[in-house]
Ligand binder design. Structure first.
Ligand code: ZN
Ligand code: ZN
Length: 413
């Protein structure tokens, strides 16, 4: 049995759409390279999680990597923290954090949120350092910088619970929320108390920090509060290599997807010009994905901006970006498909009308020597369902690929 075959999974975030007048950005885009891939492969449509379930990018990616999100997903906080570079441990409690601006008298919970991004501040490391040095809690904590005004908070210690509420009111003009236990449980009560102490102590330090005094003098909003949301407990999750006997490489500029890679014990591959946004270097990412196949058994190549255009409701922008990606996919056609299994798909549909993810199934193509090539000649929502894969679930995808590269274990005798 050949043990050195590889899998390259290309996930174009939210590329598919809910049609408007029978058109989608993908069906309208000129995509000669994706169409070539569809022509060479077996095609189908896929419910990333299950029919009618709207996937998040995090739960969608977990499913595509063969991890049941209903079992392993415990909230966005742990994944963001891992993506921000914190080495999280099972049992840690993690939050997503925004630096925000609050105004008013009294303690933090009497104050009103006037900006949830503190004027989109990005220089937050001195503030984070001051909090790490100045705040003492009854448990260990880590505050880590994310992109822009974002950060992640991890609480580590005994008797911690994630059955607690957010402190971010998520609405401008409302007071900062006090963290409350969601259940009548000693650990939840203890954790809520710790979080509230953290809120007060960090606010005090931020309010008086020289960087904020400077901002005030310049007429900028002070970053004087940390707003917490997305709490979750870091799950016990078997690593990708433990589960599949292959090392995982993730090529993505998006904190959330990088976090998935980290939580599964994968390696994050850095690429020059990779931004996680609309200005990312598609060419360099494709190049690096192909190069990474030398060292890794499984390479996940992720593009984000298609989803962002979807959330913006921008049909033309999404179509144009799809064409931009397509142009750079040409090197994939040169792969040796007796050795590499190429998968082209999405983590969910993002509707330009709903400006949100929808449960409409996504197109999926698998190319490998030995697949039953079908008649589909275009990579689009309207053609994919005519293919030989028919309709599958995201959790099945990796099993199909493992079978094709002869890594599947036989069930039974
Ligand atoms: Zn997504
Ligand atoms: Zn999205």
């Amino acid at each position: 049995m050949m043990r050195n075959k590889k899998i390259l999974m290309v996930i174009i975030d939210g590329i598919s759409d809910r049609p408007v007048n029978n058109k989608t950005p993908l069906s309208e885009a000129k995509t000669p390279n994706m169409d070539r891939i569809a022509t060479m492969g077996i095609n189908g449509i896929m419910d990333t999680i299950a029919p009618g379930i709207r996937p998040g990018s995090d739960t969608g990616h977990l499913a595509l990597l063969g991890y049941n999100p209903f079992k392993f997903y415990t909230g966005r906080g742990p994944i963001e923290a891992a993506g921000a570079g914190v080495k999280v441990n099972p049992g840690d409690i993690a939050f997503r954090v925004n630096f925000g601006t609050v105004k008013g008298e009294g303690n933090i919970f009497d104050k009103i949120v006037v900006d949830r991004r503190a004027g989109r501040i990005s220089k937050t490391q001195p503030l984070i350092d001051a909090i790490m040095q100045g705040v003492n809690l009854d448990v260990e904590f880590i505050l880590a910088k994310g992109s822009g005004h974002r950060a992640a908070l991890v609480l580590r210690g005994k008797n911690l619970s994630d059955k607690i509420t957010d402190t971010d009111p998520k609405i401008i003009g409302e007071k900062v929320k006090m963290c409350k236990p969601l259940i009548d449980d000693r650990n939840a009560i203890f954790t809520a108390k710790i979080v509230n102490e953290f809120m007060e102590k960090s606010h005090e330090i931020l309010e008086n920090h020289p960087l904020n005094k400077d901002r005030e003098n310049q007429g900028l909003l002070k970053a004087n509060a940390l707003l917490l949301r997305g709490v979750g407990k870091v799950p016990h999750i078997p690593s990708f290599s433990e589960r599949y006997g292959m090392r995982l490489a993730v090529i993505s500029g998006t904190t959330l997807i990088r976090g998935i890679g980290k939580v599964l014990g994968g390696d994050l591959i850095e690429v020059e010009g990779m931004t996680g946004g609309k200005d990312t270097s598609i060419k360099n990412k494709v190049k690096m994905a192909i190069k990474s196949l030398e060292e890794y058994g499984f390479v996940l190549l992720h593009f984000k901006a298609t989803d962002e255009f979807g959330h913006d409701g921008d049909f033309d922008g999404k179509r144009n970006f799809i064409e931009k990606i397509d142009m750079e996919l040409k090197p994939l056609l040169e792969l040796d498909f007796s050795r590499v299994c190429l998968i082209l798909t999405a983590d969910h549909s993002t509707s330009i009308i709903a400006k949100e993810h929808t449960a409409d199934p996504v197109p999926v193509t698998i190319v490998h020597e030995g697949v039953r090539v079908d008649d589909v000649k275009q990579f689009s929502e309207f053609e994919a369902y005519k293919g030989g894969l028919c309709r599958i679930r995201g959790m099945d995808l990796i099993n199909i690929a493992l079978d094709l590269i002869d890594r599947a274990k036989k069930f039974g005798a």
